[in-house]
Ligand binder design. Structure first.
Ligand SMILES: Nc1ncnc2c1ncn2[C@@H]1O[C@H](COP(=O)(O)OP(=O)(O)OP(=O)(O)O)[C@@H](O)[C@H]1O
Ligand SMILES: [Mg+2]
Length: 244
């Protein structure tokens, strides 16, 4: 088996005539944690959409393991072990917590229980019968994240999953990411908590206007200058004006 879980080769992608990603090369090695940084609009979400199959690149290739999946649909990529936890809270508010969890167990894991997810997010345990829309924002995010545990993916891509949550909930979310990573799941993490993301990462990519401006170990990143310059905000102080 290949040591590389996900590979983007010379990927260019965008929307209509707007090119967002230009000639992007990115690798996530098996079992590793990779941080993807960049200012608002740099193309982070677009990159995750290309990697998960939601957006087809205009040029370049996407590989999962050794298989090229550039033209493979999202559900088939999920089957190959790729899981995206998208921006916003990907839960069905009108369905119960239990129903949401059951939905997230893919058909090929149907006989598996959801004990592991409930172990990681005990707050959900007592609310199984409740409508997901009645959970707090943090609990809804945990419900969304539980997919990463239920589907047993080999790669989880997370798009700002701590966005707008109270600090204590952010702590719980990061704890769950550590649990995932230590179980050998590869992570591609987009996070506004830059310092925390870097702390858990083996590798970091910095996107600037859709191009890779830096690729290397977190320790090689000149945090102060580079991050402030590219990200436009101080370390570890995400914009909390949008917090709910
Ligand atoms: N569906 C879309 N249609 C057209 N343009 C889009 C669409 N989604 C994103 N864009 C544009 O693509 C560029 C990159 O957006 P993207 O969402 O990938 O950035 P990002 O790095 O995730 O930013 P943020 O930190 O704000 O989430 C932006 O200029 C944005 O306006
Ligand atoms: Mg984004």
């Amino acid at each position: 088996m290949s040591d590389v879980q996900l590979r983007l080769e010379n990927v260019s992608a965008g929307y209509g005539r707007t090119t967002v990603l230009r000639d992007v090369d990115l690798e996530v090695h098996t079992g590793s944690v990779v941080a993807l940084l960049g200012s608002n609009g740099a193309g982070k979400t677009t990159l995750l959409r290309v990697a998960s199959g939601l957006l087809r690149p205009d040029a370049g290739r996407v590989l999962v393991g050794e298989a090229e999946v550039t033209r493979v649909a999202p559900n088939a990529r999920a089957r190959a072990g790729v899981c995206l936890i998208p921006e916003g809270r990907g839960v069905f508010r009108g369905m119960s917590v239990r129903e949401n969890l059951l939905l997230q167990i893919p058909p090929w894991e149907k006989d598996k229980s959801f004990d592991l997810a409930l172990e990681t997010f005990p707050a959900l345990k007592d609310r199984l019968g409740e409508l997901a829309g009645r959970l707090s924002g943090g609990q809804q995010q945990m419900l969304a994240l539980s997919r990463a545990f239920l589907a047993k993916p080999s790669l989880v891509m997370l798009d700002e999953v701590s966005m707008g949550l109270a600090p204590v909930v952010v702590d719980q979310i990061f704890e769950s990411l550590h649990t995932l990573a230590s179980s050998g799941t590869a992570l591609l993490v987009v996070e506004q908590y830059v310092e925390r993301a870097l702390q858990m990462s083996d590798h970091v990519y910095l996107l600037n206007h859709g191009q890779v401006a830096f690729s290397g170990r977190p320790s090689e990143l000149d945090e102060d200058e580079v991050i402030r310059g590219y990200l436009g905000h101080e370390l570890n102080t995400p914009d909390v004006s949008s917090a709910s």
